[in-house]
Design a protein around this ligand. Structure first.
Ligand SMILES: NC(=O)c1ccc[n+]([C@@H]2O[C@H](COP(=O)([O-])OP(=O)(O)OC[C@H]3O[C@@H](n4cnc5c(N)ncnc54)[C@H](OP(=O)(O)O)[C@@H]3O)[C@@H](O)[C@H]2O)c1
Length: 297
């Protein structure tokens, strides 16, 4: 089977990494590369070790697969532009796969091309592509969610599996909630740590000492979560039903900061559900804690 030719529009952090990984695994032939800035295209071509620089979207030649890896907000208009401008170089979109990599949006963003016969998909690697050189090394093991037309998902599933992804199908209707969940599970860890650092600061603990307290604690907790899952990993006053301790915490935080207090209470409600599932506490303790977390100061 001849290897497919892939064109790329938007060869930034994610785009250039994926193309280089596909090419290094001999899965694709790199075709045309377009970004608004030629310098960006040239840098990506050097990084990937191939590709033809296009000054305009109108200059791009036909390909078997197209990756649109621009910022999310530009994807739909690029899909529209492709349908309008490529009739000459890409006479038919049938048998062509077009995909984007947004975590939020589904393949519906590519509807304009789908209407012209293309098989469309969204493929979202759950990976931070902050440094492409690093991602080339660390990508293997990344989960990639995938949805779209069967012809597209079949081909992309193969490509992503070959570069070391575990591919998981996702429903288009679930993508916004899925993406929000990845933000909670990743970005909000930073917010959570900041909240704890703020409280330690208010308790009079120096920044280096605060780091010393929190970093091993958070790392160990994450390890326990990975090994045991949230229900078994939960320890501390909520798991023990220590209502006096929780009351003291709430009073101390109330004295300091309402933002941290609402975070403490809202996450407390979710932790309480985990404690309920552990099934060690009686209903009286569970109800007392539920009341503490629901009461407004
Ligand atoms: N970065 C991540 O960790 C990550 C993870 C998962 C998914 N994603 C998804 O991957 C996609 C790309 O993200 P990224 O972080 O790689 O973005 P990025 O590094 O900012 O790169 C975007 C590229 O698109 C080009 N571009 C912007 N507007 C364009 C337009 N109108 N026409 C043609 N090219 C355009 C930019 O070059 P010019 O400015 O020269 O045009 C740039 O090379 C997004 O859909 C994002 O949601 C990213």
């Amino acid at each position: 089977m001849p290897i497919p030719r892939i064109n790329i529009i938007g060869s930034g952090k994610l785009g250039r990494t994926l193309i280089r990984l596909f090419a290094d695994h001999h899965l694709v032939e790199i075709g045309d590369v377009f970004n608004r800035s030629s310098a960006h295209s040239q840098a990506a071509i050097e990084f990937c070790g191939g590709g033809r620089l296009c000054e305009s979207i109108h200059d791009m030649n036909t390909a078997d697969i197209w990756l649109i890896a621009t910022p999310d907000d530009a994807i739909a208009s690029i899909a529209e532009a492709l349908t309008e401008t490529l009739t000459k170089n890409q006479p038919t979109w049938t048998d062509t796969v077009v995909f984007h990599a947004s975590g939020l949006h589904s393949s519906a963003l590519l509807e304009a091309l789908q209407n012209k016969g293309a098989a469309v998909a969204s493929a979202h690697p759950v990976h931070s592509f902050a440094k492409p050189e690093q991602s080339l090394i660390s990508y293997r093991g990344t989960t990639c969610t995938l949805e779209g037309d069967p012809k597209a998902t079949e081909q992309l599933s193969y490509l992503f599996t070959e570069i070391g992804s575990t591919v998981i199908p996702i429903k288009a209707s679930g993508k916004a909630l899925y993406h929000a969940a990845t933000v909670v599970g990743s970005n909000y860890l930073a917010a959570l740590q900041q909240s704890a650092l703020d409280m330690l600061d208010q308790a009079g603990i120096t920044a280096p000492d605060a780091k010393q307290i929190l970093q091993p604690l958070m790392a160990k907790s994450l390890q326990n979560l990975q090994n045991l899952g949230p229900v078994e990993a939960l320890t501390g006053p909520i798991a023990r039903g220590d209502t006096h301790t929780l009351t003291a915490h709430i009073e101390a935080i109330t004295d300091q900061d309402s933002q941290h207090l609402s975070l403490y209470k809202e996450l407390g409600k979710i932790a309480l559900e985990l404690a309920r599932q552990q099934a060690h506490l009686d209903d009286t303790h569970l109800a007392a804690m539920a009341k503490l977390f629901s009461t407004t100061p």
